[in-house]
Write a protein that binds this ligand. Structure first.
Ligand SMILES: Cc1cc2nc3c(=O)[nH]c(=O)nc-3n(C[C@H](O)[C@H](O)[C@H](O)COP(=O)(O)OP(=O)(O)OC[C@H]3O[C@@H](n4cnc5c(N)ncnc54)[C@H](O)[C@@H]3O)c2cc1C
Length: 445
């Protein structure tokens, strides 16, 4: 059982390290100088008649920004060993800034789901797997996806996963169905990490494995995009995929049969916290838009910020952003000091807390904009949509709250907990209370 959310006075040095500090200013400058103008041109250069691919102009713009980022040493920050050697704590400060720009993360090769996949390949890949898939991902030449969720069963409990991979000689034969596989619509997506069942008769946490499946393998059929609030998110896409007798070499398995859950611990920790870091950037952006709108538009003879409870809404948003920032930094530091597996209660805490609250801040910014808030004239509608889906993706809020609650209660498991008598109460009543209310607390399993 990992330790819960306990803090000691030593845990509160959340400063960025001296060695990483120069990157912070450089990233902010790069985002303003290169990414902001590039992404405006990028979205204008899309071809509305060919939504599932990028135009040559778009690719040239994006590749230009990526080459420049590499040349300026702003590349692969997320990966402690192979990248710039940043800790999770240092990276947290940068990811908040990346979250303010739709193409910020990709321009610096720090975007989901590639970051999690690269981290897995880096940690558990064989030299051959690294050469074939990790290197082009690290170079930003290809993209990837991660396929766990299945339409027919509750995938928030990954023990349910049923897509099967059966060993046949030197190969695995894969059959099954996945949906909401983010990034699988992108023509540059060449490799998938697939969570599947290889050992149906094994113990619950040893039935699943993770296998590398090249997207172009015969039998991998992308059926189409799943929608998010009516949008298909082309060309990235959250795809519905069927696997029919898909054959991959046995050496495509990661780490070994039955070790899928171990890999999930590795992959989902950083991926989840990176989402939360970027979400704080999104909340900052929403608050900025909310204040600008509220200060510059008048109704009933006053700026909007002075009407009703709007000033308090702004105050709460700022206060909660700062509180969330502290929590995310604490979680990042716990990952650095305890390791991803031990820090998983911290990771769950921020994954449950941050997207829910950021959703609400974006919703309030939408409200301050009136109809314009849900229109195409502000980024708020898109931001809301992506934050709302984060409350499901990488595990729904409730599962993460469950992890935090279990850790909190777990340390009380089996303890005799006499209720504390209220020292101000009538002594006669207190003694009766003590007789009746000493109980044996058994925490949830
Ligand atoms: C935009 C988007 C992108 C996604 N990208 C990917 C991807 O790239 N790869 C991938 O594999 N998956 C992806 N997903 C899928 C996502 O990870 C799953 O939807 C999620 O894990 C929940 O699984 P489920 O949909 O099967 O819900 P279920 O498991 O059926 O759960 C439904 C609901 O039950 C409730 N619930 C579940 N467990 C508990 C609990 N312990 N306590 C209380 N309530 C509970 C929650 O309210 C939960 O939302 C994506 C989803 C979306 C929306």
């Amino acid at each position: 059982m990992p330790s819960g959310l306990k803090s000691s006075p030593d845990d509160f040095d959340l400063r960025m390290s001296e060695s990483a500090r120069p990157f912070y200013d450089k990233v902010i400058d790069f985002l303003e100088r290169v990414v902001d103008p590039m992404q405006k041109a990028f979205f204008k250069a899309a071809d509305p008649n060919n939504r599932w691919s990028y135009t040559d102009e778009q690719l040239a713009l994006l590749e230009g920004a990526k080459d420049q980022a590499k040349a300026e040493g702003l590349w692969n920050f997320f990966l402690p060993e192979t990248g710039q050697g940043l800790s999770n704590l240092d990276y947290a400060y940068l990811a908040v800034e990346l979250g303010k720009y739709p193409l910020g993360s990709e321009s610096l090769n720090c975007s989901a789901p590639d970051t999690g996949n690269m981290e897995v390949l880096e940690r558990v890949g064989t030299p051959e797997q690294k050469a074939e898939w990790l290197q082009p991902l690290l170079d930003g030449k290809i993209r990837s996806c991660y396929a766990m969720t299945e339409p027919g069963l509750p995938s928030s409990d990954a023990k349910n996963i049923r897509t099967e991979a059966v060993r046949d000689g030197d190969e695995y034969v894969i059959n099954g169905e996945k949906f909401y596989i983010s990034g699988a619509g992108d023509p540059r997506c060449k490799i998938m990490i697939l969570m599947c069942q290889t050992n149906p008769d094994g113990p619950p946490h040893r039935k699943q494995s993770q296998i590398l499946v090249p997207m172009e393998t015969p039998g991998v059929e992308v059926l189409g995009p799943m929608h998010v609030f009516g949008q298909d998110d082309a060309p990235h896409g959250h795809m519905h995929i069927r696997f029919t007798d898909v054959r991959v070499p046995a050496e495509n398995i990661l780490l070994g049969e039955g070790r899928g859950f171990e890999i999930s611990q590795l992959r989902l920790g950083p991926g989840r916290i990176h989402h939360c870091m970027r979400s704080i950037g999104a909340a900052e952006k929403a608050l900025d838009l909310m204040v600008r709108r509220g200060m510059t538009r008048e109704a009933f003879g006053k700026p909007l910020v002075r009407l009703g409870g709007n000033m308090e809404i702004i105050a709460r948003a700022r206060t909660e952003i700062e509180a969330m920032r502290m929590m995310v930094l604490r979680a990042a530091k716990a990952m650095d000091s305890l390791g991803n597996a031990e820090a998983r209660v911290w990771i769950s805490a921020v994954k449950a807390l941050v997207p829910e609250r950021v959703c609400q801040i974006i919703d309030q910014a939408i409200q301050m904009h009136g109809a314009t808030g849900v229109s195409q004239w502000t980024p708020l509608a898109g931001m809301y949509q992506s934050q709302r889906t984060l409350r499901l993706a990488d595990g729904p809020d409730e599962v993460h709250w469950m992890v935090v609650g279990r850790a909190e209660c777990g340390s009380y498991d089996g303890l005799e907990v006499p209720l504390e008598p209220n020292s101000y109460a009538d002594p006669a009543l207190t003694s009766l209370w003590e007789e009746d209310h000493s109980f044996n607390f058994s925490g949830p399993s």
